[in-house]
Design a protein around this ligand. Sequence first.
Ligand SMILES: [Zn+2]
Ligand SMILES: [Zn+2]
Length: 311
Amino acid sequence: MERRTFLRSALSAAVVAPYLQAESAPDWGGPVLDTHLHLRRDADSCYTHIQGCGVSNAILLTRAPDEDRAKQEMERRPGRFARSVATDPTPPEADKIIRDALKNGAVSIGELKFHVALDSPEMKRVYDIAAEMKVPVMMHIQTFPHFAGELPYNTGYPQFDKVLRAYPRTNFIGHGDLFWAHISADVPTDRGYPPGPIKSGGLTDKWLSDFPNLYADMSANSGNNALSRDPGFTRDFLVRHQRKLIFGSDCSCADGNGSGVSQSNNPEAARLAGKCVARETLGVLKQQASPEVFRRVVWENGVQLFKVRFS
Ligand SMILES: [Zn+2]
Ligand SMILES: [Zn+2]
């Protein structure tokens, strides 16, 4: 590029960009709670994200060692955030780590993304804590690898109904590739995000109806894909489970507008490369749900389940 042309375009970008960003933040017609926003390394970066995509509040998913950093983010933007606690459930000290964080103000456990079985003694200990402390527990359920050598997380989903039945006082939030693949009765084993029409009778769909203690987190490519692959199915699914679905993004874009995000680690998720997952999924929900159902799944359900009050 010629130097003068470069200077001119750099200048106009610098002048125009802030206004463009302010103008382009969507208005979703009311408050929106992102229940799946990972705490970021850079100060105020979570706030930048929610501002950019028109989200009002978020649960900052926080690893136990990052608790103080999450508190700082909450203090910097009062009334915007709450935080969870996540820790590997396998060591004996996990019990104390989780309890201490919950006593200290964490509102949920998760996300738990570890290489254990859903019905393992370690996870059962977490389910007991969740019931006792009256907080939900969010699990990442995935078996098909995103990259060579990736091990499965929270295995044994086809038998998860036994856990749901055995822990009626625990509120479970399912999330992740396999959880959402089971929205359909046929689940391929050679991919994480199956496309195309949904066959009725999927385990996730059935268990959301059967078990009052199972909730579904619609975040990430997995949730977006499940809600996008068969619009006719989605419409009824949203109505059917309007009290059980909660909005989350799991988005890692920088600005709430799709920049800086890379799905290069996972070619299967290329459909959302360069896009903000929060915006994309809120767009699908806005299009497919009535205003009443929209408000439930993007706000009311999450506020009730996480027992949060923002003011
Ligand atoms: Zn996850
Ligand atoms: Zn984003």
